[in-house]
Design a protein around this ligand. Structure first.
Ligand code: WT7
Length: 645
């Protein structure tokens, strides 16, 4: 594999942080290396089990079973077990763009979860049923997830920025019988009528028997009297006590859809016991959690980060945290710093795209606020490039707070690689080392181990929070993650670089998956949305480096005969993508071409389009059938770039 990576010099962690660190982790690495099962047993014992497991791990790698025989409940572990000592502790500080603020204590959260759990039961939901959640970042979203967990229903949260069509696809794939939503969602100063989106999606989903709607705005909201019920009405006349369902450790906890190389998004399945152990142990280790922390993870519950590090991880540990409904740019550019100051946030976990956006707004803004409550900063979702790292470290952490750059995926369930600030130095641009119990290996094209240099990032032993499969698609699960016939390693789809001190730097995806502002978008998904547009014959989507978003989407489009390339058409195509997937997948540029470069067998050569867009010299063209097409596309691209300037 081509290797141009070089890691930066290490930055030592502030000695005061190390002195005050809660957990001394070194012995955990030793234990995990010598006896991984003993290590995971130690972590699992921190949870409450109704009945003990008889084995820590058994089965094969691709179908490992964790804590088999044990029963537990996620909601019980997040709430009930904290009651004796933390009933009045604030679980959630809820803030929004309009300056609203509310608090929810652990006992209030438990009460509401039990009521909604009973409400869902009264609508006919039982263990194993699928419930879709399409909600803004409000406390009821957390309640909805935990209420499902309490009765053993499998939630599938769909980010509320996805379109009606994308929502319908997911509801159908998982055969959900109920949807929990709200009448509105606040984003960039606008209240979006998301119940309308649900109504639109449900025209195609007759299997959905009921929706539960949180009244959150003053928007007019049409209710289908037979199908729809207000959340407050549902909770008004149910019992306030609902016993937690004892779940088998290997029972499915949730499904979360994510993009892949081909076809429709994959429904990633996570299992109750292993997921709980992965979420709680990684939360505690990486963030060095303390009793008085005020934690803020800026992710939405629609993504895996929102599942593991907003809902389950922090609540499993009984933490207090801030959730924010809205964009980090609203109502003003300093809202993030204002909230940290106001709530005395001690741990901030956010995405590189946000850090780059903040830095673009200048160095002065964060200095107008008191950020002295911060003690640890985190990053996730895409590479935190050294420039952004240094800005984050200097202007937000004031060279006092360590940064944890955490690598993981929807599929891994919890953080796999991160430096631990109490023992490691940090390397800007690097994610550090695998957590205890996680074994990572880079391999080259010939599957040989890469000790130093660049290779495919693989994981070589099972871990508790690994995905248990793709919903209703076992063949795709095997082919994607365990492509070699020995099934002896999990293949992540990322390339990485490892240096002389074993620090890992993530290079990026090796498949046709793009990372736009930390959102995973399959090029195939966008292409199929574009070709749905009447005028389009063919489309190829590639990523272009972008200073803020990491990558931007460029679509090369071939029109059907009789259609002319106009600005209106480009707008129409973009709208088509927004309608099929959502605004997060809107192409940044549409390049109309007379032909696309293809192989002799007729496959579009995206690799060459990528070279053009990224300004690289063209890679191997021996299989290219239409040389002229390539030259023309390159010209077209140059032309478009000049117009942009
Ligand atoms: C992909 C997974 C898991 C949380 C959010 C994304 C990229 C994730 C990092 C990081 C560089 C990263 C990878 C990975 N990624 N964290 N710290 N540095 N890249 O979850 O949507 O499943 O995406 O995000 O490419 O494969 P996801």
């Amino acid at each position: 594999m081509h290797d141009t990576c070089k890691t930066e010099a290490a930055v030592p962690v502030n000695p005061a942080f190390k002195e005050q660190a809660n957990i001394q982790h070194e012995h955990l690495y030793t234990l995990a290396a010598h006896d991984p099962q003993a290590y995971w047993n130690l972590q699992a014992q921190k949870l409450s089990w109704f009945t003990p497991y008889h084995a820590v791990m058994d089965g094969t790698f691709a179908h490992a079973r964790w804590f088999a025989g044990g029963t537990l409940n996620l909601a019980y572990n997040c709430l009930d077990r904290h009651m004796p000592y933390a009933a009045d502790r604030i679980a959630l500080y809820c803030a929004d763009e309009l300056g609203g603020m509310r608090t929810v204590t652990y006992s209030q959260l438990l009460e509401e979860v039990q009521k909604l759990a009973n409400g869902l039961k009264s609508l006919g939901v039982s263990k194993g049923d699928r419930v879709a959640i399409y909600m803004p970042m409000i406390s009821e979203a957390v309640v909805a997830m935990l209420a499902c967990a309490r009765i053993g229903a499998i939630h599938t949260v769909v980010f509320a920025g996805f379109s009606a069509q994308a929502l319908a696809d997911r509801i159908q794939d998982a055969s959900c019988s109920v949807v929990i939503t709200a009448d509105g969602s606040l984003r960039k100063g606008k209240m979006l009528a998301i119940k309308n989106t649900v109504d639109c999606a449900l025209e195609r989903c007759p299997e959905v028997k009921h929706t539960v709607v949180v009244q959150h705005s003053s928007l007019a909201c049409s209710m289908d009297l037979e199908r729809d019920i207000w959340y407050h009405d549902l909770l008004a006349d149910v019992d306030a006590v609902c016993a937690p369902e004892p779940m088998q450790s290997e029972d499915a906890a949730f499904i979360l859809y994510t993009s892949g190389t081909t076809g429709k998004p994959k429904g990633i399945i996570h299992a109750v016991g292993g997921y709980a152990v992965g979420a709680a142990s990684s939360m505690e280790l990486v963030f060095d959690v303390k009793a008085d922390d005020i934690y803020w993870c800026t992710a939405d519950v629609g993504w895996i980060t929102g599942h593991t590090y907003v809902v389950y991880g922090p609540l499993l540990l009984g933490m207090s945290q801030l959730i924010y409904e809205g964009a980090l740019s609203h109502p003003h550019q300093a809202i993030t710093w204002q909230l940290i100051d106001q709530y005395k946030v001690s741990i901030l976990y956010t995405a590189p795209t946000a850090v780059r956006m903040f830095s673009q707004w200048g160095d002065a803004l964060p200095h107008n606020y008191d950020l002295s409550s911060l003690r640890l900063l985190g990053s996730v979702g895409e590479p935190l490039n050294p420039q952004a790292w240094h800005w984050y470290y200097k202007h937000i952490g004031r060279e006092r707070c360590p940064i944890v750059d955490t690598w993981w995926q929807t599929e891994t369930g919890s953080i796999m690689i991160s430096s631990l600030p109490s023992i490691h130095a940090m390397k800007p641009g690097c994610v550090g080392k695998p957590l205890p119990g996680i074994t990572v290996e880079l391999v080259d094209d010939l599957r040989m181990s890469v000790q130093q240099g660049t290779g495919y990032l693989t994981i070589t032993t099972p871990w508790p929070s690994m995905m248990r499969g793709i919903w209703a698609d076992e063949a795709r699960f095997r082919a994607t993650y365990f492509p070699n016939d020995r099934y002896d390693r999990y293949v992540s789809g990322d390339a990485a670089h490892v240096d002389e001190t074993h620090d890992i730097m993530i290079v990026g995806r090796v498949d046709d998956v793009l990372n736009v502002s930390g959102h995973r978008i399959g090029t195939a998904e966008v292409e199929s949305a574009i070709v749905e547009y009447i005028a389009v014959a063919e489309a190829a989507v590639v990523g272009k480096p972008d200073a803020i978003k990491g990558q931007a989407l460029v679509a090369f489009v071939l029109l059907k005969d009789g259609y002319a390339a106009t600005e209106e058409l480009a707008v129409g195509i973009k709208q088509q993508v927004v309608a099929s997937i959502g605004a997060l997948a809107r192409p940044d540029e549409i390049i109309f071409c007379a032909d696309l470069p293809k192989t002799r067998s007729g496959k579009i050569m995206r690799r060459l389009l990528k070279d053009i867009v990224q300004g690289n010299t063209l890679s191997d063209v021996t299989t290219l059938a239409n040389q002229d097409a390539l030259a023309l596309v390159a010209q077209q691209w140059q032309h478009a770039q000049q117009e942009l300037r």
